[in-house]
Ligand binder design. Sequence first.
Ligand SMILES: NC(=O)c1ccc[n+]([C@@H]2O[C@H](COP(=O)([O-])OP(=O)(O)OC[C@H]3O[C@@H](n4cnc5c(N)ncnc54)[C@H](O)[C@@H]3O)[C@@H](O)[C@H]2O)c1
Length: 370
Amino acid sequence: MMETVHVGLEGREYDIHIGPGLLAQTGTFIGPFLKRKHVCVVTDENVAALHLDTLRDGLAAEGIGFEALVLPAGESTKNWLHLERTVEWLLAQRVERSDLVVALGGGVIGDLTGFAAAILRRGVGFVQIPTSLLAQVDSSVGGKTGINSPLGKNLIGAFHQPRLVLADIDVLGTLTPRDFLAGYGEVVKYGMLGDVNFFEWLEAQGPKLAAGDVAARIEAVKRSCEMKAEIVMRDETEQGDRALLNLGHTFCHALEAATGYGDRLLHGEGVAVGCALAFELSARLGLCSQEDPSRVRQHLHEMGMKVDLKDIEGDLPDADTLLDLMGQDKKVVDGQLRFILARGIGKSFVTADVPRDTVRALLVEELSAR
Ligand SMILES: NC(=O)c1ccc[n+]([C@@H]2O[C@H](COP(=O)([O-])OP(=O)(O)OC[C@H]3O[C@@H](n4cnc5c(N)ncnc54)[C@H](O)[C@@H]3O)[C@@H](O)[C@H]2O)c1
């Protein structure tokens, strides 16, 4: 039942294995990459309580020893303090350049650990074992690693590709429904940005997938990883096409900043709301038909996801403040906001040619509907 997606970056290529029960077989997968039979694992408290024993047994079965650093769960762990703690811990464990560091967790642990591996001894290898849906379909693939600054998200980081990604579909079973659906925001994003057939498949299979169907989950993770891998191979360091993966993110980053990067709005929830806004904006600019944003919204509604600004609890700032927050986005070039818009579902493109007034009018309308 295992599927493999290959990321064919010359000199930095790796496989993403996707299937049930992979955690228990970690030793078999990792063994061939190890010079000595020992790994350092970084994880968070939630994941450690649920899955660290399985990983330990999976490594022990192949005679591989391990030490683990268990960090607090949550976005606030992706900071200088925990980066320093992780790097110093890895040094204290005498990790050498030929060793592998293992990231076991969601996007927070993957980003932080990957960055620690990138700067430790000028770069040691690392393995991603993503445990959230978001991490399996997005953050564990493509080599973006980093931490947040008080000035913004993901502003400090490096490109550092993993040596291997193990996406065990079974571990998704312990996610809260809310965290699972937040990850689904990134899954459906792939359909919207580049594959209408995948979007259609999700319209039909999404509810089954959310309910726990293993085959549907494997297929969704596989197709998402294929699409991400394909874009990363074309444009590893985001000089062009990789920006398409940011569909919905200009709005999302402003909304995350406005809601304090916390429980009010999870990243994947913000992506879904942002995608709905990006399609609405595209329709208003005459790029796609009005049916496209309606169809996007309908699917997100059917999945029980946040769709509109009114679905975000608590106060939001006014349209001008949201626009200013969008101006902090990493996609800003020479002060010009860049958006990912669409000529239809599956047909996205990057543009800086968006009148500020049109975005403002859309935000004013959405905010007044709250
Ligand atoms: N590097 C990239 O390309 C990239 C892409 C997208 C997002 N990201 C980053 O990813 C982060 C978000 O990732 P996330 O949503 O995985 O957040 P997360 O790592 O905080 O995980 C969400 C929650 O789920 C818990 N969890 C994880 N796996 C679990 C499991 N199997 N069972 C039970 N609980 C589990 C975690 O402990 C946490 O509480 C953000 O920091 C974002 O910037 C990075």
